[in-house]
Design a protein around this ligand. Structure first.
Ligand code: SIN
Ligand code: MN
Length: 303
């Protein structure tokens, strides 16, 4: 899939691009059906909601689950990002976020690049976030929200929140959020038929199989899911190979250490048998839990 000049311009202006229904229901089903078995595992890579057994986020499924290993090499996702960066990509992070019916908790306002810079020493913002909906996303099941154009502000001041939810996050304070929303278009309005026209906060809603590409400095959040519908989505981060992280402060299942460029599979890979490498199929290696606060000096980066 290639981006048009108009899409490239829109990405630069708004900080995201939305592709409703990019993956067919049949393709998406191959992924959704694999999720319950992954979530049932009692492993460090399954982070559960505070005070609940519901999975908040599952990490690194592309290393031990065949359908997700294929998704991680899908040309409909990798190609446009590679075109935007003009460089080959490696997988920096791979998550399947639950946001389960009645249980899914909030994700506070944050930028992802702030964490990658502070924790992982990723040199620049040349990494793209991708969201792929495995369930329909509507206004009630905790959809992702963006502050339009907030990526233009670069890396913002953030505070390390270790308390609000079960997952630590570098969050942006309310005063700054207010300013960014105002700058992005304010509160929005209503048209002549009473329909809401968004201003500075927008929220792409769409069927399962939809994809969003969003800038690593775009400020985003989501509310809790009080609806009776799950909102399972894959979030992955594709980083330009030359921009790989320089520190292994977080476990390898959260911030990956294999900087080899992704080789795409054919476009029909989700519905066809293609051999994929599953290095953690028989369990996560102990080395994946080893962390260090020291920067890495010399790394062999696969070209
Ligand atoms: C994230 O920002 O990493 C997750 C947001 C969400 O699942 O709504
Ligand atoms: Mn995020």
């Amino acid at each position: 899939m290639r981006l048009t000049p108009e899409q490239i311009e829109r990405f630069d202006r708004d900080g995201y691009l939305f592709f409703p229904g990019l993956f067919t229901p049949q393709e998406t089903r191959t992924l959704t059906e694999a999720v319950p078995a992954l979530y049932a595992r009692r492993e460090a890579y399954n982070v559960r909601e505070k005070g609940s057994d519901a999975v908040r986020t599952n990490f690194a499924a592309h290393l031990y689950s065949e359908p997700f290993a294929k998704l991680a090499r899908h040309p409909r996702m990798v190609q446009p990002v590679q075109d935007l960066f003009g460089e080959r990509l490696y997988m920096h992070q791979f998550k399947i976020n639950g946001k389960m019916a009645h249980e899914g908790d909030v994700w506070q306002w944050h930028q992802d690049y702030g964490t990658w810079k502070n924790d992982d020493l990723m040199p620049t913002e040349r990494a793209m976030n991708v969201a792929i909906f495995l369930d329909d996303v509507n206004p009630f099941n905790g959809p992702l929200m963006f502050i339009r154009g907030s990526h233009k502000k670069g890396v913002l001041d953030a505070k390390h929140d270790l308390e609000t939810t079960s997952y630590p996050l570098w969050t942006v304070d309310n005063a700054l959020i207010g300013q960014l929303v105002e700058r992005g278009g304010g509160q929005g309005t209503f048209d002549a038929d009473g329909r809401y026209v968004p201003g500075g906060i927008i929220s792409p809603n769409g069927p399962a199989g939809s994809m969003i590409l969003f800038h690593s400095c775009l400020v985003h959040a989501s509310t809790s899911n009080m609806s009776p519908w799950n909102r399972v989505s894959v979030y992955l981060s594709l980083c330009a190979v030359g921009n790989h992280i320089r520190r292994f402060k977080r476990p390898e299942y959260i911030a990956h250490r294999d900087f080899a460029p992704i080789d795409c599979l054919p476009d029909d890979c989700l519905l066809t048998d293609y051999p994929v490498d599953l290095p953690w199929k028989d369990g996560m290696p102990a080395s994946a839990l080893v962390t260090s606060t020291e920067p890495i000096d010399k790394l062999e980066v696969a070209a």
